[in-house]
Design a protein around this ligand. Structure first.
Ligand code: ZN
Length: 324
């Protein structure tokens, strides 16, 4: 059985997983992410060697992902502000350190691909999946027929900056972005006391904290709106919610489904879409971005939609999707 190595360089943590063809995680290591281009690569390469040495996984294909604008064609990553990376030849640097070709992708897009590959047994390969990442910010990605939808500069799916939700100023310069009501930073603004002590807002709301109750109300309505936007814009059969906030678990899913049910009661068209039935939460403790990166590395280039004149020569695209 061949194995694939997936490297997920996150804003706080880097995780590396060695994944078998059937999706079994054979080895997993994580550590705080390095800072700056050299630090980021040092930590990622060290963890990769650790996993490969512990599992005897020599010869594995390698995929890596990180935040920011990541171009799978050129291999470069840009504007990963939280990691102190302005620009980095991620594929080139990691290839040199690991002695193998490395395919790279944006972290949310890799997670979306991972969620798509983890589809329930029996569901169609051609199914479209929308992935909603609720981290410090809000981002999304769509996978259709096994291909990550990119758009120009990889900006497809950046719905966090649709200014359609209220009047709070956003870090991007606009007002009322979806991210200002449906993200970790939104929750921290709405309920600073809880954020400081890392408390669960649903638990606090149930215990009578009025500010926490108001905050989860805004959050669930905001996530419901994000799900509606994604479902309407992409037509994806499934909308999978992941990212740090998905750790809030059942109460978050219940709250979002209640919001979607409320939307359905007000509109025949929305009711017919069964949004509440199509939204799901990523299972906890699944390193979905590392899995996605591993599978993307294993597929070479075929997760990347063809695009004209990318400013570089694309390697040949292997045909066919291997179903894992
Ligand atoms: Zn914004």
């Amino acid at each position: 059985m061949t194995a694939a190595l997936g490297i997920d360089i996150g804003g706080t943590k880097t995780a590396v997983a060695l994944v078998a063809d059937d999706g079994t995680v054979q080895g997993l290591r994580s550590a705080p992410s390095g800072r700056g281009p050299a630090g980021v690569v040092d930590v990622a390469a060290a963890l990769a060697h650790e996993v490969l040495n512990s599992c005897g996984g020599g010869g594995a294909s390698v995929g890596a992902c990180m935040p920011g604008l990541v171009d799978p064609v050129t291999g470069w990553a840009r504007h990963a502000v939280n990691l102190g990376v302005d620009s980095l030849d991620l594929a080139g640097e990691l290839s040199t350190r690991l002695g193998a070709p490395v395919v790279v992708e944006n972290d949310v897009k890799a997670a979306a691909y991972g969620a798509w590959r983890m589809r329930p047994p029996g569901s169609a390969v051609g199914q479209a999946l929308a992935y909603l990442n609720l981290g410090t910010g809000l981002a999304s990605a769509v996978v259709r027929d096994g291909v990550v939808v990119r758009g120009i500069d990889g900006a497809a799916g950046e719905i966090g900056h649709l200014p359609i939700a209220g009047d709070a100023p956003c870090t991007c310069g606009q007002v009322g972005c979806l991210e200002t009501v449906a993200s970790g930073s939104a929750l921290a603004r709405l309920w600073p006391e809880g954020a400081r002590r890392a408390r669960d807002p649903f638990v606090a709301a149930a215990a009578g904290d009025a500010l926490a109750a108001a905050a989860v109300d805004v959050l669930c309505t905001g996530v419901g709106l994000a799900v509606q936007v994604l479902a309407l814009a992409s037509g994806a059969e499934r909308v999978v919610v992941g990212g740090g906030l998905s750790g809030l678990g059942g109460p978050l899913l219940d709250g979002v489904r209640a919001d979607l049910a409320r939307r359905a009661r007000g509109s025949r068209i929305i009711e017919a879409l069964d949004l509440a039935g199509r939204v799901e939460l990523l299972p906890p403790d699944v390193p979905v971005a590392a899995l996605g990166a591993a599978w993307i590395g294993g597929r070479g280039w075929s997760h990347v939609a063809a695009r004209p004149s990318a400013g570089g020569v694309r390697p040949a695209v292997p045909s066919g999707e291997r179903v894992g």
